[in-house]
Write a protein that binds this ligand. Sequence first.
Ligand code: F0G
Length: 456
Amino acid sequence: MKTLIEPFKIKSIEHIPITSYSQREKFLENAFNNTFYLHSEHVTIDMLTDSGTTAMSSRQWAALMDGDESYAGSKSYFKFEDAVRNITGFKHIIPTHQGRAAERIVFSILGGKGRVIPNNTHFDTTRGNIEFSQAEAVDLPTSIGTRPDVAADFKGNMDLDALKALIEKTGKANIPICMITVTNNSGGGQPVSMENISQTKELLNSYGIPLYLDCCRFAENSYFIKQKEKGYENKSILEIAREMFSYADGATMSAKKDGLSNTGGFIALNDDKLAEKMKTVLIVTEGFVTYGGLARRDLEALAEGFREVMDENYLKYRIEQVKYFGDLLLAAGVPLLVPTGGHAIYLDAKRFAPHIEPEFFPGQAIACEVYKTGGIRSVEIGSVMFGKKDENGKHIAPPMELVRFAVPRRVYTKSHIDYTAEAIIEVFNNRTQLRKMKIAWEAPLLRHFTAKFEYV
Ligand code: F0G
């Protein structure tokens, strides 16, 4: 059978609002033309993020009831610890309330002035936490990884020559860890190959630098390896994930993604001394070591989520749903980052709206119009999120101008995807009417969350 089906049936439904174009114009105006300010009750299809938006299974809801809310030594923690260790093999499993809490703890210890942290591409909170510690965050994607129009396997890979050059220039003493983000979210949800991870580890070993995975989407990355990398076609997802983690000395995770749950995260590592330091910061700022700022019932849901995410039927549906979405758009000529990644489709705003220069935020203009057309919420990943200014206040654009439509896990059906694609195609067909935008107000750090926009 070729037809893609959801490998689950629906037991409980949540109503979604159906609104009119003129209502949505008002809602967006009240939201300062920033999709982050929209009230979710005004959003028909919410593709702002795939983070914490997963539909939990009946088994996970049942597991919540079994949560043991003891402050210390909760049995729910030990279930969580077993589930994470079974996949990652790490000695210390430190729960946190979400991914950025893990990052904050790691970089409050390993960051600091003069230090440099390389990654294939840092996610914005990872970069934020590194820079907050006064260390420097460096992105080292391959050259093809920043070409949205060129399809290739494993566009999430780390540029090993650039990594070697960075280490030689910076000195190994100033690089406390190197990270790899799987899949590479900011680079288009593109996977990283096992070969690239193992070669990165080999290079780092020669300098004595530890490797950490930012492993939010490790299961999706494992599925891509199984599909695309020679020698892995007959391995199980669990075997592939274990091999991936075997090259790492530690990991940070936002379990709101491949933990198939609504909240949670962890730090995992083997180094005893470092783990003790991290646990101390955890206790001061997150919670005791057996809950890390989470309700213990959340640890139950996560333990079950980590079991379910390894199911190949689930991953096939997951990756193929995103591909189906991308294929609908490509068939209509909509320019996308290709190939489609694991958790989202990314419109290539430079080719979608070539009449709007990066300094006038083409991606933001598209995100606003798609909301007005179909009540669909997406997010700009381009000059709004990563744009900088030079000494003269002139705009410095990042390499790519993208609009991300992230697909929440197990939430939307095929008809929701059809509807979303229809709205995007309608905006594309009327693209010459898209208008330039400017920022009326912005915060000094992570401005995209709260910036206010006006049409020029
Ligand atoms: N690392 C990556 C690769 C991420 O995608 C995220 C979150 C984080 C770290 C931080 O985790 O949100 O639990 O604190 N990404 C979400 C997104 C927010 O929409 O891509 P968090």
